[in-house]
Design a binder for this molecule. Structure first.
Ligand code: GDP
Length: 317
């Protein structure tokens, strides 16, 4: 059993046990986990949720270590979670790894949790959302959700945070890799890391370039995405990144966009889960399984229409 009072007081063991429960694939654990989350719901939502993305080697763990320590220095508690795009080739999760953030992981005001392995319903992102709620109930003021800058996981993380930050390398002129337009639209800020040593000027040019690019993209009314530079290694510029996010929060709260965004995220997530639940029910339904092969064959042989076959299957539910 999870000790809810202990968890709410920030007890790390109680939190870890709750996260393990949430990540479990066993049906009875899933029911228990949902009950726990419902009980804790009034204690959630009070944190600032920040997504941090970037290609491998851009300096995510170095940045999170410096950023996390800075936030703790402001008297806050920080949780670091990760959404790893599951890849059987790479195997295991490298994000949110304690060995990558050694100093932060030793801090009593930090909690680091690596990415769950592929979850059942809703996948890794669903597990991370739920873990985020548990961390909030345990009193963490800032939740950092780390992901790699490839594919779907960026969209999933952007859909669960208040502020989405993309780390970039200093890179200008012709060498500028065409940053995906989709990412420009997701990002609330770009931060050019490694703005140190010989790269200082290049970083400034890169900053200028992206600032110009942002002007061409329409965003929400109250916030124009910003481009900052920093050196995570030298812990330089970290404070400006925090100040920027704090000013975003202030603006968003003042105009109601902060709560509005979360409400929209929850509603979209519910829709997504409805689809996934239906798909799961279809897969588990013995009658559906029985008829599926035969209808598949009929469609392939052109003896029935895909729509009629699909309706027959759905009607079986
Ligand atoms: P990740 O794969 O995105 O987590 O990147 P890491 O944080 O592991 O950093 C990759 C490499 O870049 C490491 O060798 C870091 O020491 C180095 N690095 C990270 N941040 C900076 C920085 O601000 N300046 C410089 N010069 N190197 C950095």
């Amino acid at each position: 059993m999870i000790d809810i009072e202990q968890l709410k007081q920030g007890n790390r063991r109680a939190l870890a046990k709750a996260i393990t429960l949430v990540e479990s694939k066993l049906e009875r654990h899933r029911i228990e986990a949902q009950q726990l989350l419902e009980t804790l719901l009034p204690d959630t939502g009070k944190s600032l949720r920040i997504g941090i993305s970037g290609i491998p080697g851009v300096g995510k763990s170095t940045f999170i270590e410096a950023f996390g320590k800075y936030i703790i220095g402001l008297g806050k508690k920080v949780a670091v979670l990760a959404v790893d795009p599951s890849s059987p080739v790479r195997g295991g999760s490298i994000l949110g790894d304690k060995t990558r953030m050694e100093e932060l992981s030793r801090d009593p005001n930090a909690y680091i949790r690596p990415s769950p392995s592929e979850g059942a319903l809703g996948g890794v992102a669903q597990k991370t959302r739920e873990t985020m709620l548990l961390c909030e109930a345990a009193g963490y003021d800032v939740i950092l959700v780390e992901t790699v800058g490839v594919g779907q996981s960026e969209y999933e993380v952007a859909a669960m945070v208040d502020f989405f930050l993309v780390l970039m390398l200093p890179n200008a002129g012709d060498e500028l890799q065409g940053i995906k337009r989709g990412i420009m639209e997701l990002a609330d800020a770009l931060v050019i890391n490694k703005a140190d040593g010989e790269s200082v000027n290049l970083a400034a040019r890169t900053q200028q370039h992206y600032q110009n690019a942002f002007h061409l993209i329409r965003h929400g009314d109250f916030w124009t995405p910003r481009v900052e530079t920093c050196s995570a290694l030298n812990k330089a510029g970290i404070n400006s990144v925090w100040d920027m996010i704090a000013s975003y929060q202030k603006l968003a709260e003042a105009c109601g966009a902060f709560e509005g965004k979360r409400a929209k995220q929850n509603a979209q997530w519910m829709k997504k889960l409805i689809h996934q639940l239906l798909e799961q029910r279809l897969k588990e339904n013995p009658q559906v399984q029985k008829r599926m092969g035969e209808l598949h064959q009929a469609v392939v042989e052109n003896t029935t229409t895909p729509l009629l076959a699909a309706k027959t299957i759905v009607d079986l539910l």
